[in-house]
Structures are given as C-alpha cells and as structure tokens.
Design a protein around this ligand. Sequence first.
Ligand code: NAD
Ligand code: ZN
Length: 233
Amino acid sequence: MTHDIRNIVILTGAGISAESGLATFRGPDGLWEGHRVEDVCTPEALARDPVLVHRFYDERRAKLADVQPNAAHEALAALDASWGDDLLIVTQNVDDLHERAGARRLIHMHGELRSALCVACGKAVSWGDPLPPGSSCTGCAAPRLRPDIVFFGEMPYRMDRIYAALEQADLFVSIGTSGAVYPAAGFVQTARHAGAHTIELNLDPSAGSALFDESRLGPATLLVPDLVRTLLS
Ligand code: NAD
Ligand code: ZN
C-alpha cells in the first residue's frame, strides 16, 4: 500500500475529536450539543437570533479549554512533521486540537472557533474570549464581528488549494466524518479520479463508505496511529 506514495491528503471530521470529549455533529440524535443544525449553523439563524448563535459558539469555544488532543491528532502531527513529500490535513472541525497537537500543514475548511470574522471588511482575527453580537472589528472598527464558522450555504475556505492537493494525491485518507456534508463528502471521488488510493477510518460505515478502496472501522485513537506507523515504516 505504501511503496509508491508521495503526496497525501487527509480529511478529518468531528469523529477524530470525539475521544477528546467533543460531541460529534449528527450523532445518534442528529443534533449538535442539543441544537438543530438549522438553528445554529445557517446565515438565516444568525440573522434571526444572533444572541443564541453567538452564545452557542461561545460555549463551544470555552469548552476547548477543557479538552486535549488525543492519540489520533498526535499521530497526524507526527506524520506531518516527518513526511518529506506533500501532505495536507484538511479538517472540517472548528476545534483547535490538530494545531495543539502540532500539525502545521492544516486547513480549517469550515472555519475556527478561535477566530472572529468581520462582516464589514472580511478580516479574520484570532479570538479567545466570548464574542457577543456587536463586537468591534480590530481592523475597521465596525461592530460587526461574527463567529468565523462556515455555515450551511456558505463557501468553505481555501477550496482552490484543497482541490489542487487532491489532484496530486497518491493517498487520500478520510477520518471520523459521516460523509454527509458537501463539498468535503465529494473529495474521495476527486482523489480517486486523480489516481489516489483511498482509505476511510471511521467508527461506523459512513454514507460514502463504498467509494473508498479500503474502509477500516474502529476508534480513531487506534486506527490513526496504526496507519501512521505503517506510513512511516
Ligand atoms: P459528523 O458528526 O457528521 O460525523 C462524525 C463521524 O465520526 C460519524 O460517522 C461517526 O461514526 C464517526 N466517529 C464518532 N466517533 C468516532 C471515533 N471515536 N473514531 C472514529 N470515528 C468516529 O461529523 P462531520 O462529518 O465532521 O460533519 C460535522 C460538521 O459539524 C463539520 O462540518 C464540523 O464543522 C462541525 N462540527 C465540528 C466539531 C468539532 O470541531 N470538533 C464537532 C461537531 C461538529
Ligand atoms: Zn472589519
């Protein structure tokens, strides 16, 4: 499996952070920390009830202080540190556990809890405190900061860079994602089309399992260190 692999793209989702104590999105009940997607993850929800939406992300941001990267985040950071050819970790997660484990070649395609976005000037600033509606931008001073989260219906970040990496990939690995949210759910097809070997690591079979060359079921803290050991051996 590993003899002719140079360029690697890794997609991660909420499942990689589950064993750190962060709830996944859809889960068995289809909710994110008790909230319906429509109520906290859409531009319409933000316009309708900014206090609720800001508070929801404030709670998620505050929770980051109580959790630690797990063995799966650490294994990917170690792979990033020692893989000489191209490697890109694309996460759908808005938590900061990949970077706290030490990953450097990382894209947060759906935004970050520890970032605030100015609706007036488009600038993103790092943000660790609660972010009430009406908070002022440190760049243009407009009182229009919102959570820097890509909502449903909005364009994920850095898609050009992500597709460029997928086009060059020899190996594509999807970890802890349900394969229900596009465009990320379609990355496996782009990678396959480019000739990559494709592997899914997930607790349960995902919506897209059949699209992968290999699907390994189990917890990320076991499967990811195993795969990284193989790649580095
Ligand atoms: P999802 O919640 O839809 O799916 C999670 C997947 O992970 C499931 O298929 C589940 O079987 C699997 N899983 C659960 N525990 C696992 C484990 N221990 N090891 C391996 N796999 C495990 O997540 P998604 O596909 O990433 O989509 C959710 C969206 O919600 C994302 O876009 C993200 O922005 C957001 N979200 C982020 C976080 C976070 O940042 N930690 C948490 C919840 C939701
Ligand atoms: Zn601004």
